[in-house]
Design a binder for this molecule. Structure first.
Ligand SMILES: Cc1cc2nc3c(=O)[nH]c(=O)nc-3n(C[C@H](O)[C@H](O)[C@H](O)COP(=O)(O)OP(=O)(O)OC[C@H]3O[C@@H](n4cnc5c(N)ncnc54)[C@H](O)[C@@H]3O)c2cc1C
Length: 384
């Protein structure tokens, strides 16, 4: 059932301070935003900065979606590579964090793209994974952020500028005709604009005709704090985050207190099935156990490591991994943003800014995110 605290998804290594809520008539808001993750918070912030009133509806509590359960790798571009209007998400996030003095541990030392195999004259990490060594193939732009502190910081800034936040307020339905409206509790409101920032729950709220949005849980665990010698021995003393560009997939990063977060694994399901998933049972439990075993097998220094937190979180993606950021084809005052796959920290904040600009200035949204695009044509198999 949507709207619960989602304790069944395990605990993250960070905690949440409560966001001071500002009361306010939801009916009075010009824009209703569905979802209180990075996308919704950033949309509200950028609207409020331009004097547009926005109300955020969050089904659960802040931090219970992907943004509060994310790994915190800050990556440029999108899961489908760099796309028009999505090529400077990282410097933009850096500017915003500095402008609002958000204390969220944003560091941008770059990010390692790592691959299985020995590589050619490339630096090896002292790991064994899936029976193979691992080398650093590339260092790309990016870094790390503490997600809880970024999310709360964004929401505080938005609320400080006049946005309102309504936690534990699931939107039951979006009505698109005759006039866009949202239904929650026993109320119906008719805002001028609706921004659907519900990510893994998108398909539950809107029937999207031309794009398939798949949702899944993905998993992460954080070690106990490791001392400097162990971090050095396992090759992570520089504090550079990493992700594999081949399979089996693995990503990770160090935290300021020496814990190391690792992530991998997918369990697919409808939004309702994901809500019901429990990391202590069935396939989510198996995926987390597999991740923890894999981490212990990476290096002798990790063989006996204990985990301080293990959790799952929801992600969404389209068939071609191109995120959604567009107006509903027949209802241009309803904007949808999400489905960034595992590549949404900087991008979701950027998408919120683009959505706000589209509302305030009527600016064009990028064509790649359009909701009327046809699914990619299947590549023909080459036959001998
Ligand atoms: C474990 C994990 C690790 C990840 N690691 C990384 C990473 O290292 N780097 C990276 O770039 N990306 C990563 N991602 C992806 C990234 O976190 C997401 O793309 C991003 O946080 C999405 O933000 P969002 O605001 O669009 O969605 P969310 O944060 O999921 O917010 C959507 C919100 O909508 C709410 N909602 C849903 N339905 C309703 C409704 N009917 N009414 C009201 N509210 C509703 C939900 O409760 C939720 O809070 C990771 C994701 C996970 C789960």
């Amino acid at each position: 059932m949507i709207g619960q605290d989602r304790k069944q998804w395990g605990t993250t290594p960070w905690t949440y301070e409560r966001v001071p809520q500002r009361g306010g008539q939801v009916e009075a808001a010009q824009v209703a935003i569905i979802g209180g993750g990075f996308t919704g918070a950033s949309t509200a912030y950028h609207l409020a900065k331009r004097g547009i009133s926005a109300a955020i509806f969050e089904a659960s509590r802040i931090g219970e979606g992907a943004s509060g359960r994310t790994g915190g790798l800050v990556l440029e571009g999108t899961a489908a590579g760099p796309l028009e209007q999505a090529d400077s998400c990282v410097p933009e996030l850096d500017r915003l964090v500095k402008a609002e003095a958000i204390d969220c541990g944003l560091r941008l030392p770059g990010c390692w793209e790592i691959e299985h195999g020995a590589g050619h004259n490339q630096r090896l990490l002292p790991w064994q994974d899936a029976g193979q060594p691992i080398h650093i193939a590339n260092t790309v732009s990016g870094g790390v952020v503490e997600p809880a502190r970024l999310l709360i910081g964004l929401l505080r800034a938005a609320i400080g500028l006049g946005a309102t936040l309504h936690e534990n307020t699931p939107v039951r339905r979006i009505v698109t005709t005759p006039q866009p409206a949202i239904e929650f509790g026993r109320q119906v409101v008719y805002p001028e604009y609706i921004v659907v920032a519900a990510n893994a729950w998108l398909s539950e709220l809107l029937p999207l005709e031309h794009v398939n949005v798949h949702s899944s849980l993905t998993f992460a665990c954080a070690t106990q704090p490791l001392d400097a010698a162990t971090l050095q021995a396992i090759g992570l003393a520089e504090g550079i985050p990493f992700y594999t560009t081949d399979l089996p997939y693995l990503w990770g990063r160090t935290m300021d207190d020496g814990r190391v977060v690792f992530g991998a694994g997918l369990v697919f399901g409808s939004p309702q099935e994901l809500e019901a998933s429990d990391v202590n049972r069935g396939s989510p439990r198996a995926a987390l156990a597999q991740l923890e075993d894999r981490v212990r097998g990476l290096h002798p220094g990790l063989r006996k490591v204990e985990f301080s937190a293990s959790w799952g979180g929801p992600i969404a993606f389209t068939e071609d991994a191109v995120p959604l950021l567009g107006r509903l084809p027949d209802r241009p005052t309803v904007i949808v943003a999400g489905a960034y796959a595992g590549h949404g920290v900087a991008l979701s904040v950027h998408a919120g800014r683009l959505a706000a600009r589209a509302i305030v200035e009527g600016a064009e949204l990028p064509r790649w995110g359009a909701l009327d695009r046809r699914p990619p044509r299947r590549r023909r198999r080459w036959r001998r």
